[in-house]
Design a protein around this ligand. Structure first.
Ligand code: TXA
Ligand code: MG
Length: 306
């Protein structure tokens, strides 16, 4: 069995595997990731091959603390420092000017690097035990649904991993918010676990979301985060429909999710996973509210529709 309990023995095993260039599945508070030593070009390339991910789609480098970002970046602008201090460890990724030493394979050839300190005891334990920064994309095949529990990692991904450390279900359930702090203007490249309102609260200014059609963040493909079954948003579920609503359920193929954005996000991917297993022709989803705290949910629903 490749899925190991989160014991100190497993953590040591994972750290040794990572130091020798192997890939490890690890839990974070957002989704499960595929960790590799960010100092090892071959290990990084293995990550891209395993996910079948295009080489120009850069990875997030995970570290154990703000201090550990120092060797990876050329500068930490004041706004980035404020955000890191407010939200790390947590579901926030900062894009910063890259230091020469970061392998270009990790950053898709860009002159910036994305960094984050995850808020999960197992991820932090692995980072500390390994002693090197770790690249970690979500542990799904390219375009697929990100796993929010160890059992949801697809078998073709599992095959390429030395092990997965089981950290239970992810608290947040959607990926981190990616914020570009590398230029004169702060921009949200991907909405996620930290809302725009929380970011604006810390910076004391409004922040632009990357809503242009231009692909500023190379990973922001139109279709992404998708289950196998087609998805359609509807005003409300009919009695025979399978999908996600706010209740009450009218048949066993209807899943009721919480009415608050954080609760909904926590359940979303695992529910889509369960619906995918049911083999319906289509997954219908009742439109969630459109207030700003729902931005990450709407982003993922849009991308799941393609
Ligand atoms: O919550 C998360 O962020 C998870 C967990 C495992 O930490 N990781 C994750 O990684 O979602 P991934 O590779 O699935 O998504 C990384 C996103 C992509 O949209 C990518 O384009 C963007 O971050 N990104 C990474 N480096 C970037 C850079 N230098 N400039 C702009 N966008 C970047
Ligand atoms: Mg991903």
């Amino acid at each position: 069995m490749k899925i190991l309990p989160p014991t100190s023995e497993s953590i040591r095993f994972a750290a040794n595997a990572l130091r020798s260039g192997e890939l490890v599945g690890f839990p974070t508070e957002t989704v499960y990731g595929i960790a590799a030593a960010a100092t090892n070009r071959d290990a990084i390339l293995k990550t891209f091959a395993l996910k079948k991910r295009p080489a120009d789609n850069p990875l997030i480098v995970h570290v154990a603390s703000l201090e550990d970002t120092t060797p990876l970046v050329n500068a930490i602008p004041l706004a980035a420092r404020k955000l890191a201090q407010a939200f790390w460890p947590g579901p926030l990724t900062l894009v910063l000017p890259k230091a020469e030493s970061v392998p270009s394979e990790a950053t898709g050839g860009h002159d910036t690097v994305a960094v984050r300190v995850p808020n999960h005891p197992v991820a932090l334990a692995i980072l500390k035990e390994t002693g090197i920064p770790l690249t970690a994309p979500s542990a799904n095949p390219f375009m697929g649904l990100s796993p929010t529990s160890a059992e949801h990692i697809a078998s073709e991904i599992l095959e390429g991993l030395a092990c997965v450390i089981d950290g239970g279900r992810c608290d947040i359930g959607v990926e981190s918010t990616v914020v570009d702090c590398s230029g004169p203007e702060i921009t949200i490249l991907r909405p996620g676990g930290i809302s725009r309102g929380e970011i604006e609260g810390v910076l004391g200014q409004s922040v632009r979301a990357n809503d242009s059609n231009e692909r500023k963040s190379p990973g922001m493909y139109k279709r992404h985060y998708s289950p196998q079954t087609p998805i359609r948003l509807v005003e409300s579920l009919g009695p025979l429909d399978g999908g996600i609503g706010f209740g009450p359920p009218q048949n066993p193929s209807q899943f009721v999710l919480p009415t608050d954005a954080a609760g909904y996000a926590h359940e979303l991917y695992s529910t889509l996973y369960a619906l995918d297993q049911l083999g319906c022709d289509e997954i219908l989803i009742e439109k969630p509210p459109t207030t700003s705290d729902w931005e990450a949910v709407h982003d993922r629903l849009r991308k799941a529709q393609g």
